[in-house]
Design a protein. Structure first.
Length: 351
């Protein structure tokens, strides 16, 4: 029996071997797992499925709309239980927005080591989730829980989208511009926290970003000049951009100095302290051969696994200024980070 009831005495990241979307299986390993070894039935109304490497599945309802379905869960990315629940939920809901959709409801996925952590702490995780769902205007309508060795939380989310507004991670055109709506560096700062090296004055930076809903995506779905969209999570900026390139049969040029990231002095300090997520190295090992030669510093940024990262958006070249004004009004990063080019042997070139 757990006699200690002071919940602040249980820093959640100390009870898990991974953190947030950095828990994701590396892209090359995932490809092996998902390889279809049997003949699957054909479902004509399934518009987006496993084969597409997109953010969510989409089923055509036959009336001009589609159901969008996704799930995402992981181990604690922060020590505070409420924040963990909120961040995990914002992260899961993001996949609906990344398809240009609107969320309808969520179902909770909870794994809890009941012999190690108080049940009240799990209750705080659910309270954080309810906050995120309320912010998105949806109910946390149910869920399922099991006894696990490490704490795990996430959501299965159902949404809808008018099919004319559906956005995919493919569909970009040569010359279209790339924008990223949140700064990079989540993996670096959360690794610093897990190693006990994060300064108290920096403790709010990553959580504040991770709690920010990507609800802009639902509006972007209505804009015909938004050619493709995805969100940046555990595979890092480079990994998710490679998926966009391959789905669009294009390559991309990236201006490294234009990539938004948290305060560079802060990021550089923690990189000097060796706060590099294991996921960064796994990511680069999986897809580094598709990227131009880069420095270790550039690798540590573009391959940094994000949790609840921003939207990566392809904008038709003639609408870049209009889109910049839209981002400015919402206090989001306004500079394009690069553009798509004709397909070549090197999928991403970083300058």
């Amino acid at each position: 029996m757990l006699l200690e009831t002071n919940l602040s005495d249980y820093p959640l990241t100390a009870y898990s071997h991974g953190a947030g979307c950095g828990c994701k299986i590396a892209p090359d390993v995932l490809d092996t797992i998902l390889k279809n070894r049997t003949t699957s039935p054909f479902y004509k109304n399934l518009l987006v499925g496993n084969a597409d490497k997109d953010d969510a599945a989409v089923m055509d309802l036959g009336d001009g709309t589609g159901i969008v379905s996704t799930t995402d869960f992981f181990m604690p990315i922060v020590d505070d239980a409420f924040d963990f629940g909120q961040i995990a939920s914002v992260n899961a809901i993001s996949d609906i927005y990344a398809m240009g959709g609107t969320p309808l409801m969520a179902i909770a996925i909870l794994g809890w080591p009941v012999s190690k952590l108080p049940a009240e702490l799990a209750g705080q995780v659910l309270e954080g989730s309810r906050k995120a769902c309320a912010d998105a205007g949806i109910p946390l309508a149910g869920g399922h829980s099991i006894d696990t060795l490490e704490p795990i939380f996430g959501l299965a989310v159902t949404g809808r989208v008018p099919l004319q507004h559906l956005k995919r991670n493919g569909g970009a055109s040569e010359g279209s511009a790339l924008f990223l709506t949140k700064p990079l560096g989540v993996g670096i700062l959360t690794t610093a926290q897990k190693k006990g090296k994060l300064s108290p004055q920096h403790a709010h930076i990553a959580p504040n970003s991770m709690k920010q809903l990507n609800d802009l995506g639902a509006f972007l779905g209505t804009l015909d000049y938004v050619e493709a969209m995805t969100d940046v999570t555990g595979f890092g900026l480079a990994g998710h951009l490679i998926e966009m390139c391959e789905a669009s049969m294009l390559s991309a040029n990236i201006e490294f100095h234009q990539i938004p990231m948290f305060d560079k002095l802060i990021i550089n300090h923690y990189l000097a302290e060796k706060c590099i997520p294991g996921g960064t190295l796994r990511n680069h090992a999986a897809y580094g051969h598709k990227i131009s030669e880069i420095t270790d510093y550039q690798r540590n940024i573009v391959c940094d696994p994000q949790t609840s990262g921003g939207l990566l958006v392809a904008i038709r070249a003639d609408k870049v200024t209009e889109f910049q004004n839209l981002l400015f009004e919402r206090n989001l990063p306004t500079e394009p980070i690069g553009y798509f080019t004709r397909q070549r042997a090197c999928t991403i070139s970083i300058y």
